[in-house]
Design a binder for this molecule. Structure first.
Ligand code: SF4
Length: 394
């Protein structure tokens, strides 16, 4: 079963609903975004495939350098990056992942996962094809590791996404499931529209982005969850096809920007579950991101190129949880083990259970709208109040 099939099943089981085909989305009837450019002299930019892309620098001979992510690809005319969505079209940088989401669905904010953002609320999640990494354990490989023209997509401009979220009474739009960095321009324009209408923007990303584009998008975001896949540079090179250092730089930049940050680490048996490495990672997080940063240890399930590995033993997740607490992290979670006590939030001051969950479903909330523990008044990091729509529109 693919991740997307799994999600559809899971959402139905949770009493939610998948919005594939239910949003009144138009199937994409336009030519594929990468269709050959019409042979017209002096064609307007609208006639080019895709949408104008930011963060391209011109080089000689019609070459371009993409400065969106640390891969910094140099592309000849007609070439696209390994992310499959950013392309040099006759010397002009274009993105093929604009307004053509492959996934649009209403989902629990806790599933992003954000455990400290509007508990019990749902968001409209969007994602497109493409990714600038290539994880062996990719959970959405049938969307992320393909080009937009190779899968079913919708035509939905940013205002339409926000309309759908608004008409569904949802307080937030989330950019998740696939890798939002590769649909940067679509995310930016949607986030601007959502912000104008007083909604929250939630970003879940691998954090593989250059600092300048990140700085530009930070003011639009209300919370970010970074997948820190390992603390071993070799793991990043071998299993992810990226580098660790830029991800750490992204985390530091987000911390300096004072944005609400959560971290996710999938524990993969034998590949990144070494206790010493984990301790180093948790030490670094406690120092750089701060002990109040929620940290999720997610269970790995065999899939994609790692289907020969077993799922993560619960004891491994519990060990990781204990190491993180040992290093001072105050909000440590085990996710995807429904019913485990480490799905809940405990107040670090009084020890009371302040958010009770079953899986991603909220059972009880003992944090007030100002983010204070109802038992001892301790401030809990996160976004606890719904956005003020009146303020946004005034
Ligand atoms: S976003 Fe794509 S084209 Fe740009 S540098 Fe990264 S992989 Fe290359």
């Amino acid at each position: 079963m693919t991740k997307r099939q799994f999600l559809k099943t899971g959402l139905t089981g949770l009493g939610g609903f998948c919005l594939y085909g239910m949003l009144g989305c138009d199937r994409q009837t336009a030519p594929p975004p990468d269709a050959p450019r019409p042979q017209t002299n002096g064609a307007s930019p609208e006639a080019l495939p895709g949408h104008p892309a930011a963060w391209f620098k011109s080089l000689s001979n019609n070459r371009l350098q993409c400065e969106l992510c640390p891969k910094r690809c140099k592309l000849d005319s007609g070439e696209r990056g390994p992310c499959r969505v950013r392309k040099n079209v006759d010397g002009e940088g274009r993105t093929l992942a604009y307004a053509n989401p492959a996934l649009v669905l209403e989902d629990e904010i806790a599933r992003k996962p954000f455990f400290h953002v509007l508990p019990g609320s749902r968001a409209l999640a969007i994602s497109t094809a493409g990714c600038n990494l290539a994880c062996d354990f990719c959970e959405v490989w049938d969307m992320a590791l393909v080009a937009p023209e190779d899968i079913h997509t919708y035509q939905m401009e940013p205002p339409r996404i926000v309309d759908k979220a608004e008409s569904g009474g949802l307080p937030a739009v989330s950019y998740s499931f696939g890798e939002p960095v590769v649909f940067y321009e679509y995310m930016r324009d949607t986030a601007e529209e959502a912000k104008k209408r007083g909604m929250l923007n939630l970003l879940h990303t691998a954090g593989y982005i250059e600092p300048e584009p990140l700085k530009e998008i930070i003011p639009l975001m209300d919370a970010v969850n970074i997948d820190l896949k390992s603390f071993d540079p070799q793991f990043y090179r071998r299993v992810v096809e990226g580098e660790l250092e830029p991800v750490l730089e992204t985390i530091k930049l987000l911390v300096r920007a004072n944005i609400h940050l959560e971290i996710t680490n999938i524990q993969i048996p034998t590949l990144n579950d070494n206790p010493e490495e984990l301790r180093e990672m948790c030490k670094w997080l406690a120092n750089e991101a701060g002990p109040g940063t929620p940290l999720h240890f997610a269970r790995f399930y065999p899939l994609h190129r790692l289907s020969d590995l077993p799922q993560t033993p619960i004891s491994t997740l519990e060990k990781a949880h204990d190491i993180a607490q040992d290093e001072g992290m105050e909000f440590v979670y085990i996710s995807r083990v429904t019913g485990h006590s480490a799905e809940n939030t405990f107040c670090p001051s009084c020890g009371e259970k302040i958010i009770a969950r079953t899986g991603f479903i909220l059972d009880d909330l003992q944090v007030d709208e100002k983010g204070k523990c109802r038992h001892c008044d301790r401030q809990i990091p996160g976004r606890w109040n719904h956005p003020d729509k009146k303020k946004a529109s005034s």
